[in-house]
Design a protein around this ligand. Structure first.
Ligand code: AMP
Ligand code: MG
Length: 353
């Protein structure tokens, strides 16, 4: 157990002194959690194999699931990769800094462990003053998966990070809550048409506007476990985003979803099970469970994305045994929300009409 140093910073104008303390830890091979616009990341020097190994250990992350490498300067992409296709350059200009991760053929300079032995590397430039300052001050490309214990919901505040990783990491830059609340979109340009491996903060609709045809990997919209050999992004096959409570996701027409959730709530409560319902502003008045929380308005999928992981953790804090969740429209950020909810439920999905 080590002491985790908490460095509270203004998210828009961080104290350079505190950023330097954190950057120094990264340079020396240590682990620092930091805010990005998506979720908190747990950073290590991407080119230091020992540091990256420690990163995997701190999270209990399987070694076959590589982190995303975070950069603050476009030129770094050329140092970390063999080849940058024109489409990637177009996207970098359009979407960076921002919640879009691109998969490149990697340079041999990138340590094996950082890419989990793959021939490719995932890179993005985050849109957050604290993240960019940390990368710049450290002078390192920073490998950073989400700063949660493997399998848990991603952290959208320093409190979440400390709950999972307090005593396991060297420091955290606490820059308040994250703006987007779900992770970056992961796009593979090595196939034609390009394929989304993980839906996230950059909507596919926005990518299609620039690239034309963009496909979703079958896993992105999967409603059941996809066989391991089909999962091209290693992270796809690991259980993810799951609170301690069991999650049931109810999908279908809204009136039918509400009726089914009410029925299930009554059923479980009769059995003495503490039930949580994950609702929306428009539906919350329908439910009488032990704990009922609203993700936000169905007309504001950005707000829903921002609240998702926080609410999943709150249900755990309140000790519910089961969370029954409504589905939301799969458009814009809703696609990422539904993907996370399906995975959080372990594909425990009820279809109603
Ligand atoms: P996280 O770091 O927790 O946000 O997860 C990073 C995601 O990016 C995981 O789903 C990884 O499997 C995925 N990823 C990282 N590197 C690669 C790569 N080289 N090819 C495909 N997916 C990758
Ligand atoms: Mg993660």
């Amino acid at each position: 157990m080590k002491q985790t140093l908490v460095l509270k910073v203004n998210p828009n104008k961080p104290s350079i002194k505190k950023v330097k303390v954190a950057a120094d830890i990264i340079r020396k091979g240590g682990l620092v959690a930091f805010p990005t616009e998506t979720v908190y990341g747990l950073g290590a020097d991407a080119m230091n194999p020992d540091a990256v190994l420690a990163l995997f250990k701190a999270k209990n992350r399987p070694l076959d699931n590589p982190p995303i490498v975070h950069i603050e300067n476009m030129n770094t992409v050329y140092e970390l990769t063999e080849h940058v296709p024109p489409k990637a350059e177009l996207l970098m200009r359009q979407f960076w800094p921002g919640p879009l991760t691109l998969i490149f053929k990697r340079s041999k300079r990138v340590p094996e462990i950082t890419v989990a032995g793959l021939e490719t590397v995932a890179i993005r430039m985050p849109q957050h003053t604290v993240a960019l300052a940390l990368i710049k001050e450290s002078g390192c490309a920073i490998a950073a998966p989400s700063a949660n214990l493997a399998g848990k919901p991603s952290p959208t505040s320093a409190k979440h990070v400390l709950a999972d990783l307090g005593g396991r990491i060297d420091a955290i830059l606490d820059g308040g809550s994250t703006r987007i609340g779900v992770e970056s979109t992961v796009l593979d340009l090595s196939v034609d048409p390009p394929q989304v491996l993980r839906p996230g903060g950059t909507p596919v609709e926005a990518l299609r506007k620039v690239l034309g045809d963009v496909r979703l990997h079958p896993f992105v919209v999967a409603e059941e476990e996809v066989p391991i050999e089909k999962a091209r992004s290693p992270g796809m096959r690991h259980r993810h985003y799951a609170p301690n409570a069991k999650v049931i996701l109810v999908e279908g027409a809204l009136h039918a979803v509400i009726a089914k959730i009410k029925e299930l709530t009554d059923l479980y409560r009769l059995k003495g099970v503490k039930v949580g319902v994950l609702a929306t502003d428009e539906t919350i008045a329908n439910y009488e469970a032990d704990v009922v929380k609203s993700l936000g308005s169905r007309f504001n999928l950005e707000a829903i994305a921002q609240n998702l992981f926080t609410l999943l953790r709150e249900f755990d804090d309140e000790g519910v045994a089961i969370i029954i969740a409504e589905s939301v429209p799969s458009e814009g950020l809703g696609l990422a929300v539904m993907n996370r909810l399906r995975k959080a439920s372990g594909y425990n999905i009820l279809k109603v009409v």
